[in-house]
Design a protein. Structure first.
Length: 90
């Protein structure tokens, strides 16, 4: 089973689909980290929807500010070990 999965990962179509998924997961992570969207603060569908809309607006403003100031969002995560190696090299 693992061999079959590794074989599929070499396919360009799989890589394109995974790239889309990785982008979406990055957005969801940012929403959870910045706005705490995983749990709604309010009861009721209308209030919860409004909270999600405000959270989306906040994320868009954060991304727009980063783009205007020339600070692109990080594309990859640097592990703790790699970060330690970079700090020791400097």
């Amino acid at each position: 089973m693992a061999d079959h999965a590794r074989l599929q990962q070499g396919d360009e179509q799989w890589r394109a689909k995974y790239g889309t998924r990785a982008g979406i997961e990055g957005t969801i992570h940012q929403a959870v980290a910045v706005t705490g969207i995983r749990r709604a603060r309010y009861l009721g569908l209308q209030k919860t929807h409004l909270q999600h809309v405000f959270s989306a607006v906040a994320l868009n403003l954060i991304r727009l500010d980063a783009w205007w100031n020339g600070h692109p969002l990080d594309r990859t995560r640097v592990s703790h070990l790699a970060r330690l190696d970079l700090s020791l090299a400097a």
